[in-house]
Ligand binder design. Sequence first.
Ligand SMILES: [Zn+2]
Length: 377
Amino acid sequence: MTRLPLAACAAALIAACLPAAVHAQPAPQPTVLVRAGDLFDSEVGRMVGPRDVLIRGSRVVEVGPDLPTPEGAAVIDLRGCSVIPGLIDGHTHLLLEQGFAEGLSAVAARDQGVQGDVVRSLAAAGRAREYLEAGFTSVRDLGNSGLFLDLMLEQGIRAGSVPGPRIYGSGPGLSPAGGQLEPQPTDPHHLVAGEYRVVNGVDDARAAVRDAIARGAEVIKIYAEATPQRTRLSVEEMAAIVAEARRHHIPVAAHATSDDSVREAVEAGVTSIEHAYQVSDDTLRLMAARGVFLVPTDVSLERALEITSAWPRRPPREEIEQHLGTNRDRLMRARRLGVRIAMGSDAYGPNPAGRGAAARGALDAYVESGLTPAEAL
Ligand SMILES: [Zn+2]
């Protein structure tokens, strides 16, 4: 007979003696009571005064004035503060940092060829933390994340290895030939394939969606057009992507800036349009009729001045205001025509205040455009 080491015997004995129910018992959920000085209620769209928020595990279970403190609960006293629900950034790129005048080919060469996935992921983990500290509890990470590094970061956050918001990742964006890298006759290091899933035809489009979902994608990102490339996905390819994603109950977010591309993506049935800088009223009406979200990735005046301060030739303030005016006009036209709007920052530049603070600037941009602060929240 083989003799088990003593520790193994003890472990076997304990396992044998414990009833099955003990093994199945979940760990007790931590209970937290937040005492808020002034609470924003997103359902009524305003501040509602002092409220207590009771949280068990990861769920808010009760909100009301002067709640009793449950036994063993941790109390967070924020009576001197305003409290809002966790923010959601509908469009970000935790794995991307693009400096001024740096093309996406140069960024891809640095990320893939010089620094590699480990350095890139560590930097992304830092940005995820900045997001959380700035009040964001969820983000959609939409491509430019190498080969599924967004989903790996999500795993690390979920496992508690690094702090960060809940990430809904897409993996590499589904794009026409060339991805978003500058047109070039050769790509000897396969930089395009390291950042994008190039789609060739309807069958390939469906396969690309299934591959992303199999790896854990919770949103599909597509490039209806891929400026500075001149290539575009066909309506048939986009429709196939949408059909396949719908079968799996996964939303499709389409990068589109020109009116033609926005219209084609909406006709193909996508869930949201990202950017839509040049969208016409007619196309906005179609978006409203089909319930397609607009994600206006706009920057505030303060952020625009900050970004342009690093440029070799700083544009005059009127020029910046004029540029921002186009975005503001399209946001207010969308609101007037009844388009559903979701917040998205598209923050991918360096920011001394941190990525989360930069992302919050999109809310300032919406208020500068004419939304009320409550609408922006
Ligand atoms: Zn983006």
